[in-house]
Design a protein around this ligand. Sequence first.
Ligand SMILES: [Zn+2]
Ligand SMILES: [Zn+2]
Length: 340
Amino acid sequence: MKEKMLAAVFEGEGRLNLKKVPLPRIKRGDEVLLEVEAASICGTDVHILEVPPGHPATPGVVLSHEYTGKVLEIGKEVTQFKINDRVIIDPNITCGSCPYCQRAMPNMCENVTTLGIFIDGGFAKYNVAPAKALHRISSQVSAELAVFAEPLSCVVNGTRKLKVQPGESVVVLGAGPIGLLFTRLFKVSGASEIIVSEVSPYRKEFARRSGATRLVDPGREDLCGIVKDKTRIGADVVVDAVGDLFQDALKLTRRGGKILLFGQNEKAKAQISQNIITRCELDIMGTYIARFTFPPAIQIIESGLLNLQELVTHRFPLEEIHKGIQVMKKGEAIKVVITP
Ligand SMILES: [Zn+2]
Ligand SMILES: [Zn+2]
């Protein structure tokens, strides 16, 4: 192995620089050295690079929390993996002993850190991760599909709360990568009406191919009227995959229906009439990252259930990562895969 490798390093204030960095090495017995096969650009990476930043990150770290690779070397204490195992990475490293980890809510861990955001991640040829963050995935699955494990594990955490039943009606607000994964999962769950609200014609086309039964441009069409028309009483389930559409979601849900808030936007301040929730017995649920949902996400990927290949729209070598960030910013991409 050479002594240095190319990596995309976050250097603060909107700067992502391609530079040579020292090869990572195993420092502790529970760590694994990975050869990264593919990584994808997440909306969070784009938020990290905004000025001012829309998401925190530690300057000096190699970005990318959605990546997959092969085990190259294992620490002395690692027994569950062997050399050449193909793995995906749960980037959120939790402590296992805080009050939330003890309550089986590791996604609320008080001492969490994240590979690719606060410590080095996957936009590089090699990466070191703790063995407990890894999950085996079949080498039959291509690397560019394996990178869906992270976003899909977050979406499955949401769909498990909703338990959509065959015949139910759903509304998905926003058809970015997350909204499209929700749409595809609702389709295979048997939802009969899947109304997707999205402004971008580019993304709308992907929503149509993902199983949407009605596409709505909320800027030009009356979303509320269309939902009422299709469902008579409002949708059984509404998902906000954008992060500031709670007010809209309340108008679209039937009495006794469920609202899932997935998208994150710290600036969103919904003005709501609280009594609607009381009077209509609405179930309002938040959902945040993954909670023991990597295994089902991997099963979904390995089974080919969702045809995820259709969502890979761009591929770039690491040297051209800035092109990938640009297409993501323009909203003219679904999944952008980077290969080191
Ligand atoms: Zn992400
Ligand atoms: Zn914890």
